[in-house]
Design a protein around this ligand. Structure first.
Ligand SMILES: [Zn+2]
Length: 173
């Protein structure tokens, strides 16, 4: 049944992802309208409702946003595309670019996904000391898709609301 339903504010701004059940309650109570159908139908005693994929709230809600995405292992892997930051091989570990043993911080700017081999041979050295280069400068992920989805894979039907290229969303799904 997919990973959930994308909820848009009355202004079409993406807000969050909720369960199909929660979205159906919003629609049936007229708090939201369906803007894109998913697959199949929901049945209740009195209603037959297409499973929603995207719903829009009928009244604008003011939502405070968290300024940054939470730093978790899964989120780091997702940001780095599950690729080692040094050799682009499949990532299995998290590496602190400036080693923690030397005071490196556990922060978005100092963590990268890494394969076990690179992580092991890097040890407590910095990339500069080894003559290694990072493919990209690590930073906290930004943008509406990260705020709404976190590390969740987007439903391809949501691409246009989340400013995602359709192919990328289809690939991730
Ligand atoms: Zn590697």
């Amino acid at each position: 049944m997919g990973s959930g339903v994308l909820v848009l504010n009355a202004t079409y701004e993406p807000l969050c992802v909720v369960s199909v059940r929660r979205a159906a309650i919003l629609v049936l109570s007229a708090k939201a309208v369906c803007v894109a159908d998913g697959e199949g139908f929901l049945h209740s005693v009195r209603h037959e409702l297409p499973v929603p994929s995207v719903v829009r709230l009928t009244r604008y809600v003011r939502v405070p946003y968290r300024a940054t995405v939470g730093l978790s292992r899964r989120a780091i892997f997702a940001r780095d595309g599950w690729r080692c930051a040094y050799c682009t091989g499949p990532a299995e570990t998290i590496d602190h670019v400036f080693p923690r043993s030397r005071g490196g911080r556990h922060a978005w700017e100092n963590v990268v996904a890494a394969c076990a081999r690179c992580n092991h041979s890097k040890g407590d050295k910095t990339p500069a000391e080894l003559g290694w280069r990072l493919r990209t400068k690590p930073a906290a992920p930004k943008g509406v898709a990260w705020r709404v989805l976190g590390h969740r894979a987007p439903d391809p039907r949501w691409a246009s609301w989340l400013d995602l290229p359709a192919e990328e969303a289809a690939e991730a799904a």
